[in-house]
Design a protein around this ligand. Structure first.
Ligand code: HPA
Length: 275
């Protein structure tokens, strides 16, 4: 899609969502990563729209990623939940979620909460625990803003992961006695997992978590003026740090097991958001 086609698809998608939204006006969006799909059950009074109805949205193809937009309430907050993202490793396109994110911006979304599954690079951060992304390393060295023109493509990524939102999430975690680490997320293209040598490199580069998503969406969301919070759920230690074979089934099973405490945390963070 070129820029004009994207804008047209975004306008159509936003109009269709508005037409089905009733009086729901979401200021908060949640983008669910691998294994986080159960959060969709927390959405009350939901209107569900398949991505297939929305021309600006992708067609996710990975098991565990549904491809539904839900509009409803979590607690007292009106939210839009995107269940399913298209990863860059599926098509090579780092802008796969751009149309979806522009549509959210057009709907008035101000805050993007992202979730993902990740491998831990830090022995203090264990599988089953969570980490707030404080910063990222774009090791794929691709951008969803490639081919754009004009000054708006030169996005400032300082404090890309909103410090006030992180502090709010830390307060919620502390109240609930949930361990919430904070660190640097390294984006690797995948879909293969890393080699032990790559994991050692990532450790030396100062990363705490490694995964295959989140970074391109953060870049687009920041360009659209949204505040971003990203929550990684550790499903495993990085390859070679422990004697465990990695697979997508393992990622999903570990994420689903940890979702028991991860989802209440996310619900409480949403409840406390001031937007
Ligand atoms: N590497 C990359 N992505 C991941 C991992 C990993 O070890 N675990 C879950 N997602």
């Amino acid at each position: 899609m070129n820029g004009a086609q994207l804008n047209a698809a975004v306008a159509l998608s936003a109009a269709l969502i508005r037409s089905r939204a009733g009086d729901r006006r979401p200021a908060i969006a949640v983008l669910l990563g691998s294994g986080w799909g159960a959060l969709a059950h927390s959405v009350q009074d939901a209107v569900t729209i398949p991505y297939a109805d929305l021309p600006a949205f992708p067609r996710p193809g990975v098991e565990g990623h549904a491809g539904w937009l839900l509009l409803g309430r979590i607690g007292t907050r009106t939210v839009v939940v995107l269940s399913g993202r298209q990863h860059t490793y599926e098509t090579g396109d780092p802008a796969a979620m751009k149309g979806a994110l522009h549509t959210l911006a057009a709907l008035g979304v101000r805050v993007l909460l992202q979730t993902n599954a990740a491998g831990s690079l830090d022995p203090q951060m264990r599988p089953g625990e969570m980490m707030l992304v404080a910063d990222h390393l774009n090791l794929v060295q691709r951008s969803p803003l490639l081919h754009e023109q004009g000054a708006q493509r030169f996005v400032d990524l300082r404090d890309a992961y909103d410090p006030a939102l992180r502090a709010a999430a830390q307060r919620v975690a502390l109240e609930r006695g949930i361990t919430l680490h904070e660190g640097v997320y390294a984006w690797m293209l995948g879909p293969q997992f890393e080699t032990p040598a790559e994991i050692r490199m990532l450790c030396q580069l100062g990363a705490h978590a490694v995964g295959m998503s989140t970074v391109p969406e953060t870049i687009v969301a920041r360009q659209q003026g949204m505040r971003v919070l990203a929550l990684s759920l550790f499903t495993n230690m990085g390859c070679g740090l422990e004697d465990v074979a990695l697979s997508h089934a393992h990622t999903l099973a570990a994420a689903q097991a940890a979702a028991l405490h991860a989802i209440p945390l996310l619900e409480a963070v949403i409840a406390g958001l001031e937007v």
